[in-house]
Each structure stands twice: as C-alpha cells, then as structure tokens.
Design a protein around this ligand. Structure first.
Ligand code: GAL
Length: 738
C-alpha cells in the first residue's frame, strides 16, 4: 500500500552556492522554516520586487525505512517558484521549470535505509525560459517552496493517476486507471463509486501490465438515482480504485460530481440549463507572504467568493491555483475557469515547450474536479500563434475530451482555435453601454460560444478609502457590465477584474506595487463594488441592504450624497432623514434590466445641507415586511474597535504537519457599528499563546479597517488576540488550537 509522508519542515538560506550540495552539515545562515514558505517576507506595498528574485537553498533529512526498500519512492512537489533542482545525497536527481504546477522526482534507485540529505536549489528569478516570464507582468510571482512537499512510497506496480469520465447522462462511469510498472505481471483492478459511506457500484477487471504507464478502463454501468452536482447542490461522490493481487497493493480515490457543461452560441449550459456566468478573477496572493498560504486560507477565499460575494464562477487568473482552493470550489459549487501560466508574452520554442507541459500538468492534476468547466490554453492576452496554440488545444483535447477549451485574448479578429472565444472587454462597464458586439470582436460571420473574461480593473482603480463618488462609480461599472451582458444571450457571462487587490510590478498599479482593482482589498475586506455581487444573492441566503454612502455632507463633488445607489436584494427601501420619510424606492429594472436584482437609484436632489442634515435610516422590505434596517448617524463618533476572527479553532500542525492560519479583521466603528471613514491610526496586533502574526505586528489602519493572519506554531493551547490603537483597545479573541 502507498504511504505518503509530508515533508514540511526544512532548513532554509536566502542564497545558494554549489558547494551547499556537498556541505549538508554546515548550518551557517540556515534557519528552520515550514512550508508553505515564502522565500522572502515583503512589505505590504512600496518595495522593490527584485527583493525576492534570487536563488535560495532548502534542505532537510529524509528518513527511508527498511520497509520502503521494495517500493518505488517519489518526492512530490506541489509548487516551487520558479525553477527547482533536487539533490539527493549530493546528486542531482531532478529539476522542474514552472512554479504553478506539481512535479515528482523518483528516488527509488538512490534510496537506501537510513538518513538521506535532500537539498533544493530554488531559483526565484524571473527567468526568460519559463512562463510567465520574458516580458512585463501585471502581478508578482514571488518565490520559494510555497506549496506542500511529500515523500510517497508505492508498490513496484502502482496507480499513477485516475481520470473519471461519465458515460451517457449518468448511466455509467469510465475510470481510466493509469497503472505504472517496470515489470510484467497480472493484477486485478477494482473501481467503486461511493456516496458518503455507501458503495453504489463496483467492478473488477483483470489486467496485464508490461512496462511503463498504461491506461486500463474500468466501466461502472447501470447507475441509478444519481444526484447531480450543481451550483446550489454540489453533490459529490467518491471514486476509489484498488490494485490488487491477493492483497491490496494500491488504492487511490478522487471525488466526482455528475454534471454536464457546455458553452453554446447562446450561452453556457450546466446540466442542460442555461446559467448566466457572473464572476470575478482571483489572484492567489496575500499580503507579506505572497503565494505561501496553507489550506485554510485557500478554502476561505473560495468561501468568500461563493458566500460573501455570491458569484458563480471564478477564473484562476493567470495560472493553476492551489489544490485546496479548487477542492473547495468542488465542495461549495463554485465554477472554475482554470488556465495555464502566462501574461501577454510568448517566448521561444523552449519556452513554448514548457507552456505545453504546463497544459499537461494542469489537466492531469485537475481533470476530476467538477467545478472546472473550461481549460484556458492560451497565454493570457497574447497575440495569435497558430502553431503554438494548435499544440496547446490539441493536447488539452487529447487529455480531456469532456471540457471545452478557451484562451483569453484582448485582440479582435483573433484566430479561434479554441471552442469558446474568451475575451477581455474593457469597454464593458460604462453607463452608456459599450460592450463590444461579439461578431465585431471575433471577425466571424456567425455567433460562437463567447465569454467575457475580464472587464473593469485598470479602467477605474479604487481604494477602499477613496472618495465616496469614486467608489460608487467603481461599483456602478461592475453593475453596468453585468447588466448589459446579462441581457445578451450571445454572451455566456462576464468575469470581472477582479476579486482582490494584489501586489504587482512597477510597470502596473498605483506606483506603490499594488493594483487596486479588487472589489475587495488585499485583506479581502469589501469595497462598495463588492455589494454589486452580494446584492445578487437570494435574500433567503442573506439580506443585503447597502446604501453606497458614508453619510457625510462633504465627501463628494459639490457635497451631499446624491445620486444615491442602494445595492440590495430587498423589494423596496424606505428612506428617512431624521423623522421625515423621504420616500419608498424600488430597484431600477428600467436602468438595469439585465440584473436579477438591480440597485435602487435615488437621483432626485434631496437637500442635505446645513441644518437639514440629520441621521438617516433605510428600511428594506420583502413581501411588504420589514427585513432589514441600516442607520447612519449625522455625527458618528469612533467608539468601538471590533475584532473578528474567521475561525475560532485551528490545528496546531495544520493539515500536513505544517501550520494553520486564520484571518483576524479589525474595524473602527461608531456607536452603531458603522465603520468610520478614513481612519489611519497606528495599530498594534498582540498575540499570546501558541500563535504568531504573519507580517508586521504594528502598522496603520487603512481607512478604519485592516486584517492580519495568525498562524499556529505546532503547539496546542489558546491563542489570545487583541489589537490596540492610541485611543482604544479591542476585545480579546480566544482561538483554540487543537
Ligand atoms: C488585463 C490583464 C490582467 C490585468 C488587468 C487589469 O489586461 O489580463 O492581468 O492586468 O488587465 O485591468
């Protein structure tokens, strides 16, 4: 049977010299680290991105037991940015180009019982021979061993991978089982379908293996009463495959969701029903540590997108993202557009070979995820390249015949080698409705499956603490885009740029190494634009009532708060100033007919100057009943420092003998819990017990709010978290570490 051992603890040094390979004992300059690890902690903003672009060394001892001697042994790396060389007892045993896809190095022939020296040379420079590098890029790629590492021991004949495909509409399953061997032999393969703890179907086939990797198909047929996987009902099954000969030699499992997906000329169909795609792009980066965040944080991002923002699709711009993120998308019913690494630039043939290999690595890692509905097989926004993109498309189709391909472009009349024309339309999202006509974009004389993969973004960068009017415009642009695309059935949907602010290279962003393009900031704290998305949710899930204002007289041009947009899923909203009822307002279906839940637009001039200025109250109604109230004070005074952790229980060693994290959010609010505006107070984060703060423990609030992540350190107990600003101390949160 297989045995998988996490290799999470390493010694690390921020430089590499060839002699390190032969001097394992020399610990000079090495410190203990745990993966996921960033090769360099960076400031929140304003830094030189060269600071993490260097070669570094990771090393550790790996123990090989007697029992492992009759096995095959692999080192599995989930993600090392960007180029890795792997040394085993001083000898090079493998290397890999590309930081977003996994790779394995076999060490069977060089492993003996006892201790071995494992040393990695990690090159995190932006090498021209590896995608996405070679030109400029609007995001940072960071460095280090930022995903998990494992030692995997399997039998001499073992299951390398499985690919599960549906037969008909759920009558059967074909389990492609890739068995790897070095010696001829006869075995049995048993494939089974499970739902929770119940075995639904099982089939055993005899197989003969020869040499290398061979695909053996197990077919389960006659399936009945299958529950479909969907956005609202993400039913997951488990497929298990056993390799046996008398005893069980290997067992692998994967999840399966029964569903059909299809992009057509008139939209996207999930399980035969047309679904308008409404989504956002996600970069996988976080403040201070870049990509190096463990499972819980990855899962939380998926939850934020699904539950807080209520979107139905995420694009993993511009690379394959953490397996934990995608697993979570499967679990919660969030559709995924996954794509290969790259940004506008196509390199030479060697570079293209790496990109084609990225297609393989991405698809072979992720083909069993029901959430993934399309493969992006072009370099984001690159020019046409017939030969290169014929290769990426052909490979994607050969590996996975069940999903269509897309390839994100911004040029018109671009060659359509893919199944879906996926286009970044930065003309979408204006009040005067200018999203481009698809035939004008494609240059084709017929309609094709068409999806807008980006809009907004750099057209209107917005900070969470920008002037009110600016933030309102940011929100409206997302609403205009989804409205116009919502009305056009020849477009499958729109994925906005983007979910979260992100660190970037000096050529992009606001000059401080941040692109303020998110509907949330880097801490995943909401901007006004996030309410465009959350207000589309079913009120059964959450009632949203968000008047886009700080309720102050002097933050907009010429003062006042008009026109006032209220993003809400209520039927109507009554507005009061002081005791005076101003009116009852309904969502503007006239202005936003393409939105399921349009915002309310109050654009009459309500005088709000001088003495008339008073408290305001907005009351939301559904079916004639009051369901929510939002009040604003005419004279809000900072009164409370709120602290909230995403999780109150963490695992001392995380999920892979590493560490666990949770986010803690801080808000400076007035007496009635409205966030105050534009507060930039000095703030100290305090943690006692078995936890540490990621990043600095002292900073400033950004517009009266901020967040930080707390990580565990391998010990159980209670982490006490508190924050302090010059005028106030927060409550204390207890996080239980088990
Ligand atoms: C696009 C690009 C994204 C991001 C965005 C900003 O052109 O694909 O990565 O840079 O612009 O709006």
């Amino acid at each position: 049977m297989r045995n998988i051992i996490p290799l999470s603890r390493w010694y690390y040094k921020e430089t590499f010299e060839d002699k390190y390979v032969h001097e394992f004992e020399n610990m000079d300059g090495f410190s203990e680290v745990v993966v996921p690890h960033a090769n360099k902690e960076i400031p929140f903003s304003n830094f030189d991105e060269k600071m993490y672009q260097f070669e570094s060394c990771y090393k550790r001892i790996v123990e090989v037991s007697e029992e492992m001697m009759d096995k095959r042994l692999f080192l599995d790396f989930e993600g090392v940015m960007t180029y890795a060389e792997v040394f085993w007892d001083g000898n090079l045993v493998g290397s890999h180009k590309g930081g977003y896809t996994p790779f394995s190095v076999e060490i069977t022939d060089v492993a003996k019982p006892g201790k071995h020296e494992l040393i990695l040379k990690v090159d995190s420079r932006e090498r021209d021979d590896i995608p996405p590098f070679g030109f400029v890029i609007d995001y940072l790629c960071y460095g280090g061993v930022y995903r998990e590492v494992y030692l995997r021991a399997v039998e001499k004949t073992y299951i390398k991978n499985i690919k599960v495909e549906q037969v008909g509409t759920y009558q059967g399953l074909k389990i492609n089982t890739f068995v790897d061997t070095k010696e001829k032999g006869n075995y049995n393969l048993t494939g089974a379908l499970w739902k929770d703890d119940v075995k639904i179907s099982e089939e055993t086939i005899p197989i003969s293996v020869h040499d290398g990797v061979e695909n053996h198909e197990i077919v389960l047929s006659g399936l009945e009463n299958i529950k479909e996987w969907g956005i609202d009902n993400p039913e997951l099954y488990e497929v298990k495959v056993e390799l046996h000969k008398g005893e069980i030699l290997d067992e692998v499992a994967t999840r399966h969701g029964f569903r059909t997906v299809n992009f057509k000329e008139d939209g996207f169909y999930l399980n035969g029903e047309r679904v308008k795609l409404r989504g956002l792009n996600r970069h996988q980066s976080y403040p201070y540590v870049g990509y190096a965040m463990p499972r819980r944080a990855q899962e939380k991002d998926a939850d934020i997108l699904k539950y807080e923002l209520g979107i139905n699709i995420v694009r993993t711009s511009h690379y394959p993202q953490s397996k934990h993120f995608i697993n979570r998308c499967d679990e919660i019913g969030l559709l995924v557009f996954e794509e290969i690494p790259g940004w506008q630039h196509i390199g030479n043939e060697e570079w293209q070979d790496v990109a084609v290999e990225n297609v393989r690595e991405m698809i072979e890692r992720d083909w069993n995820h029901p959430s993934i509905i399309i493969w992006g097989v072009r370099i984001n926004e690159s020019q046409d390249h017939h030969e290169f993109y014929s290769r990426t498309n052909a490979l994607a189709r050969e590996l996975d015949s069940t999903r269509q391909t897309g390839g994100v472009r911004f040029i018109e009349d671009s060659e359509m080698l893919e199944d879906v024309y996926t286009f970044n339309d930065f003309q979408a999202g204006f009040e005067d409705r200018r999203h481009r006509d698809q035939q004008a974009v494609t240059g084709l004389k017929k309609d094709v499956p068409f999806l807008i993969t980006e809009f907004a973004g750099h057209m209107h960068p917005t900070k969470r603490y920008d002037p009110e009017q600016w933030r309102v415009e940011h929100a409206n642009r997302h609403a205009y885009a989804h409205d116009e695309i919502g009305r056009d059935h020849r477009i499958a949907g729109a994925i906005g740029w983007c979910a979260f602010d992100y660190n970037t290279h000096y050529q992009f962003g606001s000059g401080d190494r941040i692109c303020y393009h998110g509907v949330m900031d880097m801490f995943r704290l909401p901007k006004f634009a996030s309410y465009v998305y959350s207000s589309q949710k079913d009120p059964q899930d959450e009632i949203i009532l968000e008047p886009l204002t700080n309720w102050t007289q002097g933050d907009r041009e010429e003062g006042g708060v008009m026109p006032l947009m209220i993003y809400t899923n209520c039927d109507s909203v009554k507005m009061y100033i002081g005791e005076k009822e101003i009116g009852e307002y309904k969502p503007s279906f006239k202005k936003f007919p393409g939105l399921k839940r349009p915002p309310i637009v109050i654009d009459e001039m309500i005088s709000t100057w001088g003495d008339f200025w008073n408290d305001a109250c907005f009351i939301g109604y559904i079916d004639g009943k009051e369901v929510k109230r939002r009040k604003f004070l005419k004279n809000p005074v900072p009164s409370k420092l709120h602290l909230k952790a995403d999780d109150l229980e963490l695992l001392a060693n995380g999920y892979d003998e590493s560490y666990d994290v949770t986010r803690v959010c801080v808000e400076l609010t007035d007496e009635i819990d409205n966030i105050t505006m534009y507060g930039f107070e000095r703030i100290k984060f305090k943690v006692e017990g078995p936890g540490e703060i990621i990043g600095p423990d002292e900073t400033v609030m950004l517009g009266s709010a901020i967040a930080f992540w707390v990580k565990t350190i391998g010990q159980t107990g209670v982490i006490k978290v508190q924050v302090e600003i010059p005028t106030m101390v927060s409550n204390t949160i207890d996080i239980n570490v088990i």
